[in-house]
Write a protein that binds this ligand. Structure first.
Ligand code: PMV
Length: 259
């Protein structure tokens, strides 16, 4: 039993999506693979399933309820702690391996509408600040602002518009327009209080060789994403500005069975 699942990047609309606005996320060509075989005891990468680093695997196992103990191996190309959804990729690949890709997942009481959109392959560079920031408190901070300040509520609505314009720009392969929209999305997110000087530094470093750049994911640290057709130049600029850089491509392949 084996399955793989991709890392992800949010190209437009983070935070606004929490208020029902659209967001655009893409799978990327960095994947996590999970292999599972019946065994005499539970082991993950030769260690105990109880280790805290395997809590996502344990949660996926609890959902899948396999018949007996398994030897699980994880091979992940998705760097962890870089805003690329490495934990989610491992979790989904584990569920894929154990479920044989069957079953459904419910998440809290909110209803999420997931649509597919065909985009051209995109060259993207992720710049990681190395500063960890938990998503929950940042989401709460934005909610607090939106509750108190009509301008913040208007900013959320604008991000929703930017997202739809961004989708249309990417669909017609207008990377110049898409890049400008990414830049605007970054400014609005920063005004909403989820920016960080190190994010601005990486965005500024990436822009001369990019169509546009913005923070990706929850912000407050974490990573930026730049849309570029000179990925190695952009990656070098990000490294020179003190960030870690990962060159990735958008990919349409989601969770998939291996073998
Ligand atoms: O921290 P990430 O990369 O998983 O992104 C969080 C995205 C938010 O819109 C801020 C929160 C959410 O649940 O959509």
């Amino acid at each position: 039993m084996a399955a793989s699942a991709p890392g992800k990047l949010i190209l437009f609309g983070e935070h606004a999506v929490v208020f029902g606005e659209p967001a655009l996320s893409t799978a990327i060509n960095l994947r996590a693979e999970v292999y599972a075989r019946p065994h005499t005891e539970w082991l993950v990468d030769g260690a105990s399933l109880e280790e805290s680093r395997f809590r996502y695997v344990k949660a996926a196992v609890a959902k899948a309820k396999p018949d007996g103990p398994l030897w699980i191996e994880i091979r992940s190309m998705v760097p962890s702690g870089a805003g690329l959804g490495s934990s989610a990729a491992v979790t989904v690949a584990t569920l894929g391996a154990l479920h044989g890709l069957q079953g459904s997942i419910e998440r809290d009481k909110r209803k999420w509408f997931v649509h597919r959109t065909a985009l051209p392959p995109l060259d993207l560079v992720v710049g990681n600040t190395g500063i960890g920031a938990a998503t929950g408190p940042l989401v709460a901070k934005v909610k607090d602002r939106v509750d108190r300040d009509p301008l913040a509520a208007e900013a959320i609505r604008q991000i929703g518009e930017i997202t739809l314009d961004g989708v249309r720009a990417l669909q017609r392969k207008d990377l110049v327009a898409a890049g400008k929209l990414m830049d605007r999305n970054h400014t609005i997110l920063t005004d909403l209080g989820v920016g960080h000087p190190s994010l601005d530094r990486l965005v500024e470093a990436a822009r001369p060789s990019s169509y546009g750049a913005k923070l990706t994911g929850a912000g407050g640290g974490g990573s930026i994403v730049a849309l570029t057709d000179r990925p190695s130049v952009t990656a070098e600029a990000i490294r020179a500005a003190g960030g870690k850089a990962f060159i990735v491509q958008s990919d349409s392949l989601g969770v998939a069975k291996l073998g």
